[in-house]
Design a binder for this molecule. Sequence first.
Ligand SMILES: Nc1ncnc2c1ncn2[C@@H]1O[C@H](COP(=O)(O)OP(=O)(O)O)[C@@H](O)[C@H]1O
Ligand SMILES: [Mg+2]
Length: 245
Amino acid sequence: MTPESPGTLRLTGVSKTFEDGTTALTGIDLTVAPGELVTLVGPSGCGKTTILRLAAGLIAPSEGELTVTADTTSFVFQDPTLLEWRTALRNVELVGELRHVPRAERRTRALEVLDAVGLADAAAKHPRQLSGGMRMRVSIARALVAQPDLALFDEPFGALDEITRLSLQTLLQDLFARAEFGALFITHSVNEAVYLSDRVLVMGQGRIAAEVAVPWPHPRPPELRYSAEFAAVAGRVSALLEEAS
Ligand SMILES: Nc1ncnc2c1ncn2[C@@H]1O[C@H](COP(=O)(O)OP(=O)(O)O)[C@@H](O)[C@H]1O
Ligand SMILES: [Mg+2]
């Protein structure tokens, strides 16, 4: 067998039953190829976070096989979990500190990444001085500074207002277009899924019920979200979502 390139996530026939007898997932087949952007959409309780926790190695499958070939995997959750006593810059630098990257190098790199997420001017601020959207940008910067080959996102924008959410989608779109990493992105927003990803996997009740390929190359202009062709794809995903639930 050929070894898979870094950044590959593969689940084959994966089921997960928890100790209390809850079966969260049944027969999940899923691949994220290097550099590919895949989203999972589905209603609350359908098993999205369980897939992410499996991919992160936090829990083990009950059945089936899971392989992650990433050298570095980064996570972004709904809660940015920043250290309140550190500035934005030092929150991002922490990743380098833990890896014993020399001080000058980790600072340069952290500043570059903060600039990439639009926070160059907020580097010296503490989390409490930042808005929810800015805190999420720091969280994204912290994920990127590790130079992951696989990034896992669990409803990162779920707690943000609509306008902030749209601007962060645009940011991620730009980052994805340049990125060298694959991503598994969880959301319950159909529009977010279609705008960001190459493939949308529609979930219902512990299964992947359908898959929709999204045709447009990255970076996708923000206005794409208001076009008729976009509405057609999003409409298809919504219909499949209704069928699956
Ligand atoms: N540790 C656990 N023990 C028992 N049941 C769990 C556990 N974690 C999740 N579940 C159950 O598994 C199902 C899927 O949960 P989850 O993956 O969090 O769904 P989602 O992220 O799509 O909302 C739900 O019924 C949830 O209650
Ligand atoms: Mg969840």
